[in-house]
Design a protein around this ligand. Structure first.
Ligand code: B12
Ligand code: SF4
Length: 528
């Protein structure tokens, strides 16, 4: 039987994540249906070079045709820069294939092929030897063949989106697994970087296909916790209806977190009971701005007071039914936003939405507007980033923005000094538009435009965030965990999904337990 290995890992903001590599399991499932024996190695960021070598020596045989590297986010880990060349030298006939939605997530790693986009159909073509590709070279690095799955092998209309796990994955019941309902989004917001947006026809999996996956995971591993990887779960009602109907027939009620468009949620109360039936009680709202004109400028049209009142009403509705967590994600610096409108948003968060000294409310985060400084080839750009001047954004410098040369003063939470100093350093060195090499991974992460518009500039935005948003007030300090981060707590069976509505400060992260979980996983894999 043809054999392959896929290694992957998801790194979180907190520490090496105990989340399974969703793309690795998806591709493995796809190939197994065609008779392949494909094993997934999770948490690759936590494996040492020696352990990766040991694993390979145990697994690779004459039947092994490929090593896959799965990068939901970046996998530019030091161990992989060392391991992959070793693997290539030792097993020159085994293809090394990277896969990610963003080409640069494997920057500098010596690969035979790099697939960008949803990779199932591209993988089929590579393994059949019929794939279309173009030759490239990483900046200061090796050459590779690029396979474009965003156009040539677009796997965005799949009716079967199942993921099957195996005994050799050692899934434990408390884990939060990833599930997909569909790929792409029917909308086309101005700053969105999603490749498959503006899709008008149905792009979701069949409801039976979803039902089978949830039931299998419950029966085999005891899984009840999920995060949904769709960009917008509530883009249309008919899809919600189909999934609510089948999920209600399961012998358990799942808990799910997912991206919800808040304006649609509020304008379609007929969807509320369906969302409840799905178990989607932890919701991430890409609100972007509570200033109506600003939200409209990026394609999100609802009048802000209506949106805010609607969210509070919806919260009451959900709390009567059980667990509920709602997270508003906001941006400082969209068109028409001023320091005063940002302060107004903070007042609403402090007084209405967030936690107080005695109650636990909901969470909201605000980030500075990020406009990429230089377009990365083969990566989807938002309309916003393609033409910032059209939206009234111009380049500036820290010297211009901070004209009286005031020294940076840390706020309560000391969050933005690094960013401020980095902006200054880049400008001083004239390196603001450098694309990174594998040795200087930081550069590219920081390569965003230092902007100004007619109302404010980036320096003012980070100064506001440092001193007025991220303060030590209860709405910030006592906010519950962010809805896509629950796995960091739930890996400890002492925590329940309902606990995720408590103040984060009262929920110590089980860092040691997570480390032990990964160590034990590695041991099982190496002694299989
Ligand atoms: C959930 C999610 C989050 C959660 C993650 C929580 C967690 N730990 O799981 C949160 C909210 C924390 C988050 C944060 C961020 N996210 Co996010 N996120 C997602 C989302 C919606 C789902 C991820 C997922 O599970 N996908 C499902 C799996 C199946 O997809 P996949 O792993 O990519 O696998 C497919 C392909 O990559 C490929 N593939 C994968 N492996 C392999 C292997 C082989 C051999 C092959 C051939 C192919 C292949 O085929 C797979 C199946 O088709 C995606 C969008 C999306 N729908 O994927 C964005 C996405 C991954 N996020 C993105 C971004 C930009 C971010 C942030 C940087 C946002 C920000 N400004 O803060 C941060 C970065 C966080 C970090 N760790 O670095 C971008 C990444 C683009 C990029 N440049 O890397 C995405 C793609 C959205 C987008 N289109 O803009 N995110
Ligand atoms: S921002 Fe959200 S709703 Fe808008 S196009 Fe992107 S995924 Fe769809």
């Amino acid at each position: 039987m043809n054999h392959g290995i896929i290694m992957g890992g998801v790194v979180d903001y907190y520490y090496d994540s105990i989340k399974r590599a969703p793309g690795a399991h998806k591709i493995a499932t796809h190939l197994r249906k065609q008779g392949w024996d494909v094993e997934v190695l999770d948490f690759v960021q936590s494996w040492t070079l020696e352990e990766l070598k040991q694993f390979s020596e145990q697994r690779v045989t004459n039947n092994t045709k490929f090593l896959g590297l799965s990068a939901t986010f970046s996998i530019r880990f030091k161990t992989l820069y060392e391991f992959v060349p070793w693997f290539k030298e030792k097993y020159p006939d085994v293809l090394i294939i990277g896969g990610s939605q963003a080409l640069y997530n494997t920057q500098g790693i010596p690969l035979d092929y790099m697939v960008h986009g949803y990779g199932e159909l591209a993988m089929d073509a590579i393994l059949k030897g019929t794939v279309k590709y173009t030759e490239h070279k990483w900046l200061n690095g090796p050459t590779f063949k690029r396979v474009d799955a965003t156009h040539d092998y677009m796997a965005a209309r799949m009716k079967d989106l199942s993921t099957h796990y195996e005994d050799r994955d050692y899934i434990e019941p408390q884990e939060v697994l990833t599930v997909e309902f569909g790929r792409g989004c029917i909308f086309n917001c101005h700053f969105c970087t999603l490749t498959h947006r503006n899709i008008k026809e149905d792009h979701s999996r069949t409801e039976d296909n979803l039902y089978d996956e949830l039931l299998e995971n419950y029966n085999r591993w005891g899984t009840t916790n999920y995060s949904i990887s769709d960009e917008t779960v509530n883009d249309y009602t008919e899809k919600l209806q189909r999934y609510a109907t089948v999920i209600s027939k399961l012998p358990f009620k799942p808990n799910m977190s997912g991206y919800i468009r808040a304006d649609l949620l509020i304008s379609k109360p007929e969807n509320w009971s369906m969302i409840d039936d799905i178990g989607l009680n932890s919701q991430f709202y890409g609100v972007e701005s509570f200033n109506t004109k600003s939200a409209k400028s990026v394609g999100k049209g609802m009048e802000s007071v209506k949106l805010q009142d609607g969210l509070l009403r919806y919260r009451e509705y959900m709390r009567e039914r059980g667990a509920y967590s709602g997270h508003c994600s906001l941006i400082a610096g969209l068109p028409h936003e001023t320091l005063e409108t940002l302060r107004e948003t903070k007042r609403w968060y402090r007084d209405e939405w967030g936690s107080t000294a005695t109650t636990i409310g909901n969470s909201a985060t605000m980030n500075p507007l990020w406009i990429p400084d230089v377009a990365r080839p083969f990566e989807e750009q938002s309309r916003f980033a393609e033409n910032p001047t059209k939206y009234g954004y111009f380049r500036t410098t820290i010297d211009d923005s901070n004209s009286n040369n005031a020294p940076w003063v840390d706020g309560d939470q000391k969050r933005f000094r690094g960013l401020y100093e980095e902006l200054q350093r880049r400008e001083g060195k004239g390196i603001s538009r450098t694309l990174k090499s594998k040795e200087s991974t930081f550069e590219e992460e920081m390569a965003f435009m230092n902007w100004k518009n007619e109302n404010m500039n980036l320096y003012q935005a980070i100064d506001f965030l440092e001193h007025e948003w991220y303060t030590d007030e209860p709405c910030i300090k006592r906010q519950p965990p962010l809805v896509f981060g629950y796995h960091n707590w739930l890996i400890d069976p002492k925590y329940t999904w309902e606990d995720m509505q408590d103040a984060q400060t009262e929920l110590p992260l089980p860092v040691e337990l997570a480390a032990k979980f990964i160590t034990s996983y590695k041991k099982k894999k190496l002694n299989q």
